[in-house]
Design a protein around this ligand. Structure first.
Ligand SMILES: [Zn+2]
Ligand SMILES: [Zn+2]
Length: 182
């Protein structure tokens, strides 16, 4: 992987994107850029659930045919789901080049708590790093502090760090080298 592109869906605060761009640049040591926004992904809206089907948004992103050495990360405030789960924080194409994250359920006010920008930025960076890790073929990690630990609620996200553990880090680096030779 030699580049990350952030693709906002609908209106996403510029500050949120800027924070994510610098955080991901530090995490993966590759350039990270923000693309012009796509409209609100109404095509993926499920009227019964009042949520957006993340798989359908990913499918649209795949059509952009990003080079295999690049990663395209969709960023949205929309509430995402997949049919078997109540919600998802994000979804990734395993071994693909696309991933998607939502800040909807990362906000404290979603849980009736006082809002915290810092917490949203921190959680979004962890989830974005996690989903990008999946595109680099990483699976869930047993180390609860590793960014690849599974998170089924914000309390789990807060428990982990935004870093890869030693073994996940070596997989990311191995994958990076392989990608660079393509
Ligand atoms: Zn995961
Ligand atoms: Zn790990």
């Amino acid at each position: 992987m030699n580049r990350i592109q952030l693709l906002p869906f609908g209106s996403v605060p510029a500050e949120l994107l800027a924070e994510l761009r610098s955080g991901l640049g530090r995490a993966f040591l590759v350039p990270c850029e923000i693309l012009p926004p796509e409209p609100d992904p109404r095509f993926a809206f499920n009227i019964t659930r009042q949520q957006y089907l993340s798989t359908q948004i990913l499918a649209q992103m795949v059509q952009r045919e990003a080079p295999p050495t690049s990663r395209l990360l969709g960023v949205t405030l929309a509430d995402l789901y997949i049919p078997i789960l109540t919600f998802v924080f994000g979804e990734a194409q395993l071994q693909g080049s696309c991933a998607l994250v939502s800040a909807h359920r990362l906000r404290q006010d979603f849980y009736g708590l006082p809002p915290s920008q810092d917490l949203v930025h921190e959680r979004l960076l962890k989830e974005a790093t996690h989903e990008l890790g999946h595109t680099l073929t990483l699976s869930h990690c047993e180390d609860y502090q590793c960014v690849m630990a599974a998170s089924h609620g914000v309390e789990w996200i807060d428990l982990k760090t935004n870093r890869f553990c030693t073994s996940c880090r070596s997989l990311v680096q191995g994958r990076g080298t392989m990608q660079a030779t393509l």
